[in-house]
Design a protein around this ligand. Structure first.
Ligand code: PMP
Length: 293
């Protein structure tokens, strides 16, 4: 699914077959989750294949590297150009792109890496959480305390928290988890941000314990452009009992409706909700059919 015998990836200065790319089993990253990554999408548009918000994603990759002390010797422009080459060499248009900066050198110390490796892979990937509205449960797992780890950096190790929360929700018969922060406020999903709708306005968690998604920010822009008020404020899960509708956002998931939280169905049909409206606007934006001033 991710690659076949023809797939090429960019790895440390060369385009190599994905099946030939390898990494030391003594790599610092493999043992400690010490690497950072991005999730980006490209879309077929009237102006050819376009990577959506490449600058924002590669600036965040730089921020993540700086935050954990991983060197990254490529500029945002170089990373963008290399990514277009990965797409072209693999004949991809609508694609999911995964850059990974990792410490591949054998090293068992707990000190910042002196050198890093860069992988850029891409593959065709449908909406990560599917197209149907989701049955979500409030997770018993909290998002990491921002005083323990830099939650605004996209660090591989953080995704252990995401993986156990998501697996736990699925094992209990739900589609996805919703995680609270250390103070009991709603934070986000394992790989997506969360919004709810009440009386024609949107609410979402503020920065602090969340990865402030690029999709989240795009949705806030699209909402405000359409005259919809968006509140970035802390809220407890009990307010969701009174909410009209909800949705999640992320590069992989795009915009996906939430049908229920802990079995409580939202009263507004998703197709009539602000989430569905903004989801359509988002699709038009990424495919170049909508151009914002
Ligand atoms: N939160 C988490 C924990 C994520 O992994 C993601 C996916 N990167 C998001 C939010 C959404 O971020 P973005 O919209 O930038 O993809």
């Amino acid at each position: 699914m991710y690659f076949n015998s023809d797939t090429l990836v960019y790895l440390d200065g060369k385009f190599v077959k994905a099946s030939d790319a390898s990494c030391s089993v003594y790599a610092q990253t493999l043992h400690y989750g010490y690497s950072v990554f991005e999730g980006i999408r490209s879309y077929k548009t009237p102006n050819g294949t376009q990577i959506f918000k490449a600058k924002e994603h590669y600036e965040r990759l730089h921020f993540s590297c700086q935050t954990v002390g991983l060197p990254l010797n490529y500029s945002v422009e170089e990373l963008t150009e290399l990514t277009y080459q990965v797409l072209e060499r693999n004949n991809l248009q609508d694609a999911y792109i995964r850059p990974l900066v990792y410490a591949g050198t054998p090293n068992m110390s707990l000190t910042a890496a002196q050198e890093s490796n860069l992988l850029i892979a891409a593959w065709e990937w449908g909406k990560y959480l599917g197209d149907r509205t989701l049955r979500v449960m409030v997770s018993p797992y909290e998002r990491p305390n921002p005083k323990s780890v830099p939650v605004e950096a996209k660090v591989s190790g953080h995704y252990v928290n995401s993986t156990i929360a998501c697996s736990d929700a699925k094992a209990k018969g739900y589609d996805e988890a919703l995680l609270l922060d250390m103070n009991g406020f709603v934070a986000e999903g394992p790989g997506a941000n969360f919004f709810y709708e009440k009386d024609g306005e949107l609410f979402t968690a503020p920065p602090g314990s969340i990865l402030c998604g690029i999709t989240r920010n795009t949705i806030i822009d699209l909402a405000r452009e359409a005259g919809i008020t968006v509140h970035e404020k802390f809220f407890k899960p009990d307010v969701l009992q009174e909410a009209d509708a909800a949705f999640m956002t992320g590069t992989a998931a795009e915009v996906v409706g939430v049908q229920s939280i802990n079995e409580r169905l939202f009263p507004k049909p998703y197709e009539e909700s602000i989430g569905a409206f903004l989801g359509k606007r988002y699709s038009e934006l990424v495919t170049g059919k909508l151009v914002l001033a």
